[in-house]
Design a protein around this ligand. Structure first.
Ligand code: SAH
Length: 349
């Protein structure tokens, strides 16, 4: 049996055709699930009894259990428990332009970035497409809101779970599905260059963010084990390929770590690396957590770094901080398991 939220439109069409139904019924299936928010086969009103039977023989409606919720004014952080007990984090941020949700793609992560909490928890498994979709649907239902933006920046490396990620994006952007524009979805990767290129070659590509965090191999080797496989120069080349092929701006994420990567000289190196390319730098204040060996750069250092990039003609922004007091940086809730506010013990949504 498969969770129905993993079913893509193409798969639904194929299943219908193989069983003697018209492929056009797929639109009805998706309308029931994603527009009418059916939570069971009984609640599906647009499809025939025979189609319902076909579906219920193969699929079930999955749910995520809320294990913990932390809230502040503009941020709500969920710790969800999956059917096998694995836990993942999802963060809702209320932005000026709408509701944005940051989803996880794996339970734990094997990339091992030294500054990141997710890396302390080895990957237990990849999430299914359904488990990604359900993070969105669960938050929408719990908050009674519509999500307008998705960032795939939670726990895990999305490109290390590529098939499920692509299915997720297909359903998220499908007019009969979540109906999100591709420019409202951003996928963040630690820099798996082959996948960046493969992702660029898909139809309807979404926005891309690349976790660079260093202006040279010496520093990146120290922070990110993935740099042994894909060097800084290659990562920049792949990012350029994406931005040119997809005609989209690509964000280079850069965590400011005190005394590690935040000197004026580092800013100069970064500017040189980018050159004329349409790559945008997003400076991220480091969110320290228990046992972290790094500290966040001072405001003065961040400003000087920012100014140096600007002076060199680089497009640079500073990330607005959401939920730092909620341990909202990647993997922090799962690894800290700090205070629990408003725990809906045992409840499913
Ligand atoms: N694996 C993907 C997506 C998950 S991490 C990636 O590497 O991009 C999402 C972003 O959060 C990355 O840029 C990551 O480097 C950053 N991040 C991780 N831990 C952080 C921390 N403690 N403070 C600030 N940003 C952090």
């Amino acid at each position: 049996m498969t969770d129905i939220f993993s079913l893509t439109y193409e798969q639904a069409c194929a299943l219908l055709c193989e069983n003697g139904f018209r492929a056009t019924q797929a639109a009805n299936i998706f309308r029931d699930i994603y527009k009418n928010k059916a939570g069971s086969f009984d609640e599906m009103k647009s499809v025939s009894a025979k189609v319902k039977q076909l579906l219920s023989d193969r699929f079930y409606f999955g749910v995520l259990k809320i294990d913990e919720i932390l809230q502040s004014v503009d941020t709500v952080k969920y710790l969800f428990e999956l059917s096998d007990g694995c836990r993942v984090e999802t963060v809702l941020m209320r932005q000026k332009y709408g509701n944005s949700v940051c989803i996880s793609t794996q339970s734990g992560c094997n990339m091992g970035c030294k500054f990141c909490c997710s890396g302390r928890m080895k990957k237990q498994r990849d999430l299914t497409c359904a488990e990604m979709i359900l993070q969105i649907l669960s938050v929408e239902k719990h908050q009674n809101i519509t999500i307008s933006n998705i960032t795939v920046m939670g726990i895990g490396e999305p490109f290390d779970n590529y098939r499920a990620l692509c299915d997720f994006i297909d359903i998220a952007t499908l007019p009969h599905g979540l109906e999100m524009g591709t420019n409202h979805i951003t996928v963040s990767t630690c820099g798996l260059c082959d996948r960046i290129r493969q992702f660029a070659d898909r139809k309807d590509p979404c926005n891309l963010a690349v976790s660079l965090h260093a202006p040279n191999d010496e520093i990146r080797d120290m922070l990110m084990p993935v740099n042994r496989r894909y060097k800084v120069g290659e990562v920049i080349k792949a990012a350029k390929y994406y931005s040119e092929k997809c005609n989209r701006k690509v964000l280079l994420e850069y965590i400011m770590l005190d005394g590690i990567n935040d000197s004026r000289e580092n800013a100069g190196q970064l500017a040189e690396l980018i050159g004329e390319a349409r790559l945008f730098v997003n400076l991220i204040p480091f969110n320290a957590s228990n046992g972290s060996i790094y500290r966040r750069s001072s405001e003065e250092k961040i400003t000087a770094f920012y100014d140096e990039l600007k002076k060199n003609g680089i497009n640079v922004t500073r990330r607005k901080e959401f939920g730092s007091q909620l341990s909202a940086a990647c993997g922090q809730l799962r690894s800290d398991r700090i205070i629990s506010i408003d725990t809906q013990s045992g409840g499913t949504i």
